[in-house]
Ligand binder design. Structure first.
Ligand code: GAR
Length: 213
């Protein structure tokens, strides 16, 4: 199956770039049809422009009410015939109406092995700082379904990454990000192959465990 993807991103957009590259090289058959960012100055929007992909800066402060904002967002998704939403460094909670409309069709990438180091306040560098502080020898990245509670949707795919002696949060973040760039396209491929089934917040047909990288 081939999906029309919408990527939501707030920052650099390196995961967006990895997904676009996977699509252009044929590793996945789906394509990114729309990029939405709450940050007008994001690398993600510049990347979308560079690759000639439709993009929109949509932020809550541009609207009189949450209702108007959500209505606008849903209209963009509908107009672009979006099948799946991918959150890639999107630092805003999606409105429950969007989650309801796209139930089990919204996924997120998180820079740790959920359920560890997830939840409110756990984003970006803070995650890696917490991992270093914990003394864990292994961390990684997770692709999971998005529901109404931060980082609590069923995990679809994970990739482990070693924490090396001498790592700090920045060196670890870079290594985990490289793993994310492989993991996100692999997760999309699972959907394309119809291998992701979800029931009672549990994913079935998960693939083989990922090797340490
Ligand atoms: C990625 O590491 C992603 O996992 C993380 O933000 C970064 C975005 O990087 N997301 C979260 O922390 C969400 N809780 P990118 O903009 O270069 O793709």
């Amino acid at each position: 199956m081939r999906f029309n993807l919408c990527v939501f991103a707030s920052g650099n957009g390196s995961n967006l770039k990895a997904i676009i590259n996977a699509s252009l090289s044929g590793r996945i058959t789906s394509r990114v049809s729309l990029v939405i960012s709450n940050n007008s100055n994001s690398g993600a929007l510049r990347t979308a422009a560079k690759y000639n992909i439709s993009y929109k800066h949509i932020s809550g402060i541009m609207f009189d009410s949450q209702k108007e904002y959500t209505k606008n967002l849903l209209a963009e998704l509908k107009n672009n015939k979006i099948d799946m939403i991918l959150l890639a460094g999107y630092m805003k909670m999606l409105d429950p109406a969007v989650i309801r409309k796209y139930r089990n069709r919204i996924i997120n990438i998180h820079p740790a092995l959920l359920p560890k180091f997830g939840g409110k306040g756990m984003f970006g560098i803070h995650v890696h700082e917490a991992v270093i502080k914990s003394g864990d020898a292994v961390t990684g990245a997770s692709v999971h379904f998005v529901n109404e509670v931060y980082d609590s949707g069923a995990v679809i795919l994970q990739k482990q990454v070693k924490v090396k002696p001498g790592d700090d949060a920045v060196t670890l973040q870079k290594r985990v990000l490289r793993a994310e760039h492989k993991l996100y396209p692999e997760a999309i491929k699972l959907f394309e192959e119809g291998r992701v089934k979800v029931r009672n917040n549990k994913v079935f047909c998960t693939p083989h465990p990922q090797p340490l990288s």
